[in-house]
Ligand binder design. Sequence first.
Ligand code: HIF
Length: 289
Amino acid sequence: GGKSSTKPPGPFQPTKEDYQKVYNDVAELLDSNDEYDDGSYGPVLVRLGWHASGTYDKETKTGGSNGATMRFAPESDHGANAGLRTARDVLEKVKDKHPWISYSDLWTLAAVAAIQEMGGPKIPWRPGRNDRDVAACTPDGRLPDATKEQKHLRDIFYRMGFNDQEIVALSGAHALGRCHTDRSGFEGPWTFSPTVFTNDFYKLLIEEKWSWKKWNGPKQFEDVSSKSLMMLPTDMALIKDKVFRKHVEAYAKDNELFFRDFADVFAKLLELGVPFKQEEKFVFKATTD
Ligand code: HIF
């Protein structure tokens, strides 16, 4: 018998096509449960990708999406992360099917898929995150506190390395999803179409009249005309502050500008603190392309 000269297979080297398959499987699960919230897991997956990334501290170079340390207590139990178990759990099916992908790449890729599938801009993404253990968990308090205002927003987002325009560009993602009394304590959606990515957050912020909601829960705003929408104190700070407000007005007027700036800043958020080896960024095909 001849000896085969074939080398044993090395570690699996995923290609762009393999990541596109992961994207497609995330896209498929988004609307798989009519009973859940507004019928889509999209918003909570965007929140997972952001909370995994938004722990970054540019001074100590700790935190960020590299590591997926929210799998572990204490980070999973941080108040800001309440409710994100739902997002982590729905992604387990995708992880089972593609066990070669790290959780940290999967969570950020899922946020990209959710945004694109809900009609948002293409978010260039690249792989390279490695999962780390519980020792890499970040201390509590790195994510923003919704009861606060502009000074706090600047403290938190400057620490990640963002400027004022980028803070406002990111904030448009609150067009998606809703607040839950059993998660943050706040209640309700920001827009009338919480599963469609639009610049409505800015439009509503400027065009509607907002007043304090009268209730027993944490202080939040409601729109005077329908009383069915909400704004957090941190959202309202974007029109109280002159510099922030200028950008809110620009994005309310120009959806294309918002989509362009959002794509840049969300891609930057997902990459904070990640030691990439790969330069090339992938732009995934949406299922509607
Ligand atoms: Fe959120 N955010 N966020 N957020 N967020 C909530 C929900 C979502 C803040 C607070 C809250 C961003 C910034 C900030 C999403 C995406 C982004 C909730 C409600 C709170 C309290 C949680 C719940 O009860 O379920 C604060 C204080 C922020 C600083 C400005 C980002 C820009 C807007 C970075 C961002 O991308 C999404 C999506 C949701 C909806 C989740 C859902 O389950 O529907």
